[in-house]
Design a protein around this ligand. Structure first.
Ligand code: ACO
Length: 322
């Protein structure tokens, strides 16, 4: 059994914030942000617009693309580090809003690697036979955990959501080989202090703000991403040249370029949205995937490699035949 992606969808809040707008509030410039990160703008959620709102909008579009009703979904997983509430899970809000009355829903927290983690969890539920159809969503409102006076972090992130519908492919007909081929997950909790949020219900009873040692995160990101992409290739006996598209987590253009160079992927195989979306954490991969599927770059049957790295550290990859 393979977990086949039968539909993708995404949603971005309508409010656009340019680098120039940020430069009017903190000591930064458009040139600095573009040169160091490749980011030109980000979408920011409106007041009162929450992660579950973005997640539900992306989910409804993915269901429409898949041509199925919400009531046909057995499992909803929302990957997020910015849930609406401490509990219940944001996924249960989405479950109710898509009209799903059976099955189960929960959140996964692996920050920027959250979507790859959630995809891996859903894939295992499908492979075990416990679930037929799963909705996997990455959704974030990082704007709510940024210190908007800290120029070293506030310029790098944005809000958004993306979703995929997975369905058990029992290997019949022309699409027999389509689906997730493998997933590879890792974490190393010893790097806690390089990227973390300084709040939380149990420690401070606050939401807190993002803190990051940018240079150190950058260094670890390129090493770990190269390693986990190599793992996906060798597990499937493939070379970089066999991959049609890489959909990386969109943290920073230089991390994406550094990883591509290290692994021998030409830049035109890397799907890039960081210039317009900034870093949307768990939402960045399904946002980029949806864009490249919708505009016709990614075609049915092609091999697509997803990769991500985030706080924890957490990192992972997934190889998918679309
Ligand atoms: N505008 C202007 N100057 C700035 C800004 C800003 N927004 N932010 C920092 N600076 C200054 C610093 O204060 C520093 O000044 P100093 O030399 O006088 O001390 C100077 O710019 C250089 O700062 P560095 O942090 O060394 O700059 P660097 O080239 O490393 O770029 C960046 C910073 C973009 C954060 C980079 O390290 C990076 O991309 N790191 C990866 C972090 C990341 O993407 N994390 C996302 C979450 S994890 C993930 O998704 C992988």
């Amino acid at each position: 059994v393979r977990s086949q992606i039968i539909g993708c969808g995404s949603y971005l809040p309508s409010r656009l914030v340019t680098n120039a707008e940020l430069a009017a509030k903190v000591d930064t410039t458009d040139e600095w942000i573009v040169e160091r990160s490749g980011i030109r703008q980000r979408h920011i959620a409106a007041e009162g617009e929450t992660t579950s709102d973005l997640a539900t909008n992306a989910a409804l579009r993915a269901l429409e693309a898949a041509g199925i009703a919400g009531s046909a979904v057995d499992l909803v997983i929302v990957a997020t580090a910015t849930p609406d509430n401490t509990f219940p899970a944001t996924a249960t809000k989405v479950q109710s809003r898509i009209g799903m009355k059976h099955g189960f829903a929960f959140d996964v927290q692996a920050v920027c690697s959250g979507f790859v983690y959630a995809l891996s969890v859903a894939d295992n539920f499908i492979k075990s036979g416990q679930v037929q159809t799963a909705l996997v969503i990455g959704a974030e409102t990082f704007s709510r955990i940024l210190d908007w006076n800290d120029r070293t972090t506030c310029v790098l992130f944005g809000d958004g959501a993306g979703a995929v519908v997975l369905r058990a492919n029992r290997g019949k007909g022309s699409s027999a080989d389509r689906g997730i081929l493998s997933t590879h997950l890792h974490s190393d909790g010893s790097h806690y202090d390089l990227l973390y949020v300084d709040g939380g219900p149990s420690s401070t009873q606050t939401v807190g703000h993002v803190h990051m040692e940018g240079r150190e995160v950058f260094r670890h990101a390129v090493i770990n991403l190269a390693s986990v992409v190599g793992e996906a290739l060798s597990a499937n006996d493939l070379k970089a040249s066999d991959i049609d598209w890489v959909v990386p987590h969109q943290a920073n253009r230089r991390i994406i370029e550094g990883t591509a160079k290290k692994l021998g992927f030409p830049l035109d195989k890397m799907v890039m949205t960081v210039d317009r979306h900034a870093n949307t954490s768990a939402a960045s991969i399904p946002l980029a995937l949806t864009e490249a599927v919708s505009d016709g770059r990614i075609k049915p049957g092609q091999l697509v490699l997803l990769e991500a790295m985030g706080g924890g550290f957490t990192w992972g990859s997934a190889l998918v035949r679309m």
